[in-house]
Design a protein around this ligand. Structure first.
Ligand code: C2E
Ligand code: CA
Ligand code: CA
Ligand code: CA
Length: 277
C-alpha cells in the first residue's frame, strides 16, 4: 500500500510538472503572439427569436499557435490575465472589432452591435476610455454599435473606480453587458450598483432549464430585468426546447449553438444565407 501511494504521488507530480511546463511555454509564446498575428477573432450571433433576425455578435478570441494548434481561450485568457498581456491584446481586439463592424456596415452585410469581453486587468490599467475613443474615431464606428461584456469579478479590487469608468464609457454611448449572470456571489446587489444595460443569463441555467428550480430562477431573472429596464440575453441555447421555454418566459434574445457557433469572418456569409433562407 505504501508503494502504491508513492507511485501515485509520483504520477501526480509528473502531471503537475507537465501542465506547469505547458503553461510556461504558453506564457512565453503569448509574448510574441500579437506581433506574429496568431490571434483570430471569431464571432457568435445573438438572435432575436420573435423578430427572427440577427441583433448582435460577440467577439471571441482564438489563438492559432504555430506548433500546438488552436488553443482555447479558457486556457490562454487566464495566462494573459496573470501576465498582463491581456491589456495590449484587448486594445488590439477593440481596434479590430471596430474596423470589422464598420466594414460590415459599409458593405451592407449587417448593422448590429458587436460585444467584446473585458478583464479586470484592463480596467486596472485605466486605458479603456482612451483606447475606445481612439478606435471609434479612427474606424468611424458609432459607439452604439459597440458593447462591453463584463463579469462580477471585474470590480473585485476597486469597485468605485470601475463603476466610474463604466459610467464614462456609457457616456460615450457604449453599452455595458453583465456576462455569466447568476454564477457569482453577489449578482442581485450588483445589478443595483453597476451601470448595466444588458444581462446575460449564464449557460449553466439554460442547459438545465428542464429542471423546475432552474426555470424558477430564469423566470425571476427575466422579470427582474424587465422591471429594471435591462435587456436579457440567454447564453448557451442549444435546443429548440430551451429556445421555446425561454421565449415563453419573456426572453427573446438567444445566443448558442442552436442558432450558430462562434465562427471566423469568412464563414459568416454562409451562415447568414442558411439562417435567412
Ligand atoms: P464567455 O464570454 O461566457 O463566452 C461564451 C462561451 O460559451 C464561448 O466559449 C462560446 O463559444 C461558448 N458557447 C456559446 N454558445 C454555446 C452553446 O450553445 N453551448 C456551449 N456548450 N457553449 C457555448 P469560448 O469562445 O471558448 O470562450 C470561453 C471564455 O473565454 C469566454 O466565456 C470568455 O470568458 C473568455 N474569452 C473569450 N474571448 C475573450 C476575449 O477576447 N477577452 C477576454 N477577456 N475573455 C475572452
Ligand atoms: Ca461573454
Ligand atoms: Ca458568458
Ligand atoms: Ca464565462
Amino acid at each position: 500500500a505504501k508503494r502504491q501511494g508513492k507511485n501515485r504521488y509520483c504520477l501526480y507530480n509528473a502531471e503537475m510538472a507537465q501542465s506547469q511546463l505547458r503553461k510556461m511555454e504558453l506564457e512565453k509564446d503569448l509574448r510574441k503572439a500579437l506581433v506574429q498575428q496568431e490571434f483570430e477573432i471569431y464571432y457568435q450571433p445573438k438572435w432575436h427569436a420573435a423578430l427572427n433576425k440577427l441583433v448582435g455578435m460577440e467577439a471571441l478570441l482564438r489563438w492559432n499557435h504555430p506548433t500546438l494548434g488552436l488553443i482555447s481561450p479558457t486556457e490562454f485568457i487566464p495566462i494573459a490575465e496573470e501576465t498582463g498581456f491581456i491589456v495590449p491584446i484587448t486594445h488590439w481586439l477593440i481596434k479590430e472589432v471596430c474596423e470589422q463592424n464598420k466594414e460590415w456596415q459599409e458593405k451592407k452585410v449587417m448593422n448590429i452591435p458587436v460585444s467584446i469581453n473585458m478583464s479586470a486587468r484592463v480596467f486596472e490599467s485605466q486605458t479603456l476610455h482612451a483606447k475606445l475613443e481612439e478606435a471609434l474615431k479612427e474606424s468611424g464606428l458609432e459607439p452604439r454599435y459597440l458593447e462591453l461584456e463584463i463579469t462580477e469579478s471585474i470590480a473585485l479590487n476597486d469597485k468605485e473606480n470601475t463603476i466610474q469608468q463604466l459610467k464614462e464609457l456609457q457616456a460615450l454611448g457604449v453599452r455595458i453587458s453583465m456576462d455569466d449572470f447568476g454564477t457569482g456571489y453577489s449578482s442581485l446587489g450588483y445589478l443595483d450598483e453597476m451601470p448595466i444595460n444588458i444581462l446575460k443569463i449564464d449557460q449553466s441555467f439554460i442547459q438545465n432549464s428542464s429542471k423546475p428550480t432552474k426555470q424558477a430562477i430564469i423566470g425571476t431573472i427575466i422579470s427582474m430585468a424587465n422591471h429594471l429596464n435591462i435587456d436579457v440575453v440567454a447564453e448557451g441555447v442549444e435546443t429548440k426546447e430551451q429556445n421555446d421555454f425561454l421565449q415563453s418566459t419573456g426572453c427573446q434574445i438567444m445566443q448558442g449553438y442552436y442558432y450558430g457557433k462562434p465562427m471566423p469572418v469568412h464563414l459568416i456569409g454562409d451562415w447568414m444565407e442558411q439562417i435567412y433562407q
